[in-house]
Design a protein around this ligand. Sequence first.
Ligand code: NAP
Length: 249
Amino acid sequence: MNSKVALVTGGSRGIGRATALLLADQGYQVAVNYVNNTRAAQQVVDEIKAKGGEALAIQADIGDEAQVVAMFKIIADQMGPIDALVNNAGILFQQSTIENISAERINRVLNTNVTGYFLCCREAVKVMSKKHGGQGGAIVNVSSAASRLGAPNEYIDYAASKGAVDSLTTGLSLEVAGYGIRVNAVRPGLIYTEMHASGGEAGRVDRVGASLPMQRGGQPEEVAQAIVWLLSDAASFVTGSFIDLAGGK
Ligand code: NAP
């Protein structure tokens, strides 16, 4: 067992939840970030504690700079310096072609999916970087197959936000490689989570999954395995890399 400290943004549900649970199984202390669903976040914390692990639920909107700074202070004070960041919290809205996508919607998507990822990376780098006296660390950004496919007729605003996450991953990985920090990304495809209900089609994974080369959608736990591997010492020479978990598409 190690006592490394990990932050999983959006750790209350879906892919983040599966990742938080798996990290706890590996001995990490886990900060479980969420924005609204206190009950779901507390359930993750309770599940980790029931197995003898350590976890803390922290409410913070990752798109709000002051809230992100406050969250990192809570983690430093209560758990110690962070070793691992999983930038996972993300949003999308009702499926639509571009004609009905408002500036307000675009800005909300970018605020959470891009600005939020940048802010959490920034605060993590300040703690982890050997340039600032830190011990190094690892960051995994949860992007999406949508960054490659573009999500036409559904949510190209969301796809574009994930394109930005890919560029962030490449740029930051090069910027901090010499300071002991590895930065990688996973690009999940269709995964069974509640996110699809936000797009107006809760059953989307079942509808589209059959058309994938692997003829099914994926489970959050299958994504969590790749994230936890990228964070681990087993991936010690891996940075600036992308793992596609998309059933072959
Ligand atoms: P989900 O089930 O809808 O869960 C979203 C999580 O993000 C929740 O924990 C939610 O907190 C949190 N969250 C949302 N906005 C936030 C904010 N502003 N600040 C802090 N937390 C916030 O989503 P998911 O499907 O697991 O998706 C996780 C990541 O995987 C996202 O980045 C998504 O783009 C990516 N992804 C998902 C799929 C898929 O098919 N599901 C495919 C490719 C990529 P609350 O519980 O408090 O609401």
